[in-house]
Write a protein that binds this ligand. Structure first.
Ligand SMILES: [Zn+2]
Length: 314
């Protein structure tokens, strides 16, 4: 009987579960909507149902599930498996998720923060393979960081280490979701890209973006990337500035942590070199010589499966 692990990625929009082999290969996966606004129990029941499907699939394929790992976008007490808070699932407060799932299925269950789980996935099976000191950065609507030092994932005494999105970079910068002004996240997340694109459109500075809007395309990071590939100067400026802010923030983190590799994932990273080149330039310009000569900046490898694959490694 082949041994597998279950990895579960709980997102604010969708939840996905996977049976993952010991070398990180997804054997089976399924998903459903999270419907995060519903009562706490309903979301928990959907998690149970999705896991039940995976368990039946494992029986059918003669696979033995060793453990369940769950990545959750929130603050987790990893020792007890309690989800203390989860901004995307508003009714969840102190949910004993680890206990609920391990009692339901009789399989040992671990719960951890989603960005940390993604970092573990990249560390064991993706771009971080072979490295022991890794910074994993997820750039989407928010900016999160997962830190692995000496091969160990860092959590901090109150589970909040790695919040690099909330480094202040600009004294009077835009308001951030955390309440502070000028955080990295307020300058380089997809929300920042959308804000800048709207400003360009308001000022009538881009015909290409106006046409995209007329064709009903929603304003997003992809919207700006698309305009850039069609030769739009303003779109190129927006993406370059986002890459610069990201690089400025990361240059400080390079000095602080001396990572061997920085792995950048999340929706915004899909823009490719438009983002990666200015990130590398700013790090080269600003970080101290010794740590900057060591560090490599690379894109994430596991894409949106990183959450499930990483969770299976818990
Ligand atoms: Zn902030």
């Amino acid at each position: 009987m082949q041994k597998v692990r279950m990895g579960f990625d709980l997102g604010g929009t969708n939840m996905r579960s996977a049976l993952v082999s010991e070398d990180g290969e997804v054997i089976f996966s399924n998903e459903c909507e999270t419907l995060a606004q519903e009562e706490a129990d309903k979301v928990i029941n959907r998690i149970k149902n999705l896991i039940k499907e995976s368990v039946s699939k494992a029986e059918e394929k003669d696979l033995q599930i060793q453990s369940i790992g769950i990545g959750v976008p929130g603050v987790i007490d990893t020792d007890s498996g309690i989800v203390k808070s989860c901004p995307n699932i508003p009714h969840w407060k102190n949910i004993e998720l680890g206990k609920i799932i391990s009692e339901e299925f009789g399989i040992k269950t671990k719960v951890d923060n989603d960005v940390r789980v993604t970092a573990l996935g990249e560390y064991y099976f993706g771009a971080g393979k072979g490295y022991k000191n890794i910074l994993c950065v997820a750039v989407g609507t928010g900016i999160g960081g997962g830190i692995i030092l000496n091969g160990e994932i860092m959590r901090g005494p109150s589970q909040s280490m790695g919040e690099i999105g909330h480094i202040t970079l600009k004294k009077d910068g835009p308001l951030c979701g955390c309440g502070n002004y000028g955080c990295l996240e307020s300058l380089a997340s997809s929300l920042a890209i959308i804000r800048e694109a709207k400003e360009v459109l308001d000022k009538g500075k881009s015909e290409i973006m106006e046409k995209q809007l007329e064709h009903g395309m929603p304003i997003s990071a992809y919207f700006v990337t698309k305009a850039l590939h069609d030769g739009d100067i303003e779109a190129a400026r927006i993406m370059r500035e986002v890459g610069e802010w990201l690089g400025i923030g990361l240059a400080s983190v390079v000095n602080l942590l001396n990572p061997e590799i920085i792995i950048i994932g999340g929706g915004v990273s899909l823009a490719g070199n438009v983002i990666f080149n200015p990130v590398k330039e700013e790090i080269a310009k600003r970080a101290l010589k010794i740590p900057r000569e060591l560090v490599k900046v690379v894109p994430a490898q596991l894409g949106d499966s990183a959450g499930m694959i990483g969770a299976s490694a818990l």
